[in-house]
Design a protein around this ligand. Structure first.
Ligand code: PAF
Length: 279
């Protein structure tokens, strides 16, 4: 496994791989790797000749007062996991090499980027789209792997790929969950015991939404109300949003149909968790 820190150096290697006709797979991460990331790596390992994992806590996607400084950094463990997953290349850039002095170009995916999570995290998706475009360009990835847990991120990146005719295929992989249903996230590490117990309500609320739909209820408002009632029974839960939306446009639907996305963001103490299902 090789580790690259400089975008230019990795770019040269990526160019050589392309000349040799190798298929490059990219798993972009911010580290603190968990089974969700590992499932992306396994898929990439199956499909690609060269598997690149990037580990970069991207400052551009954190707002003022968010958790950039305390975001979990577990490099030694992450590298061991990458080695075990037979990763070929780990890209470990420094902020100054990604955003050198004078950097002033950003990708804004209008509309989509300001809904849902974008409403409470202004600028977040601008930072995400910018780093992801840079990673695509540096690694020359043929296929890039993302998790469905960040459903809005996946929609925004798909839009960017279409809009900019980027020569990369996207694979959006299913949400990995703990046995008790909690969606895996690097931020779960922030949860105290009681927060974590209460956070189990999220997957239960999504399950309730699905159950109500399967039993004939299609009025989005009614389903959302029942989900909210269940979630707010937990004392620590502060709902940011619960939404039933079109899985491509992210616009709210009135009447629920198969293929709709049910998505939510809820805070437990200071920890903001997101989760979703496709009905
Ligand atoms: O999903 C993440 O971990 C990040 O948003 C990503 C895609 C690695 C960009 O920093």
């Amino acid at each position: 496994m090789r580790i690259f820190r400089l975008p230019g150096k990795l770019g040269v290697i990526a160019g050589k791989l392309k000349l040799k006709g190798k298929r490059v797979g990219l798993v972009p991460t911010m580290g603190a790797l968990h089974d969700g990331h590992l499932s992306l790596m396994r898929a990439a390992r199956r499909e690609c000749d060269c598997l690149i994992v990037s580990i970069f806590v991207n400052p551009a996607q954190f707002g003022a007062g968010e958790d950039f400084k305390k975001y979990p950094r577990k490099l030694t463990k992450d590298l061991a996991l990458c080695r075990k997953a037979k990763v070929d290349i780990v890209f470990l850039p420094e902020s100054r090499d990604i955003y050198p002095e004078g950097f002033c170009s950003f990708v804004e995916v209008k509309g989509l980027g300001s809904l849902l999570c974008g409403a409470t995290r202004p600028g977040h998706f601008r930072g995400v789209a910018t780093i992801v475009l840079k990673l695509f360009n540096i690694t020359r990835a043929d296929i890039a792997y993302f998790g469905q847990k960040d459903a809005q991120q996946a929609v925004i990146i798909s839009r960017m790929v279409k809009d900019f005719d980027l020569p990369v295929k996207l694979r959006i992989m299913p949400i990995a969950r703990d046995q008790d249903g909690l969606a895996l996230s690097s931020r779960n590490a922030y949860l105290g015991k009681e927060d974590r117990r209460q956070a189990l309500v999220l997957s239960r609320a999504l399950g309730l939404g699905r159950f109500l739909f399967e039993h004939g209820l299609t009025d989005a408002k009614k389903i959302l109300l029942r989900m909210r009632q269940l979630i707010t029974k937990q004392k620590k839960a502060a709902v940011d949003y619960i939404a039933i939306i079109d899985a491509e446009t992210l616009k709210p639907v009135k009447k629920v149909s198969r293929g709709c996305l049910v998505a939510l963001a809820v805070k437990f103490g200071k920890t903001r968790l997101i989760d979703n299902i496709i009905i």
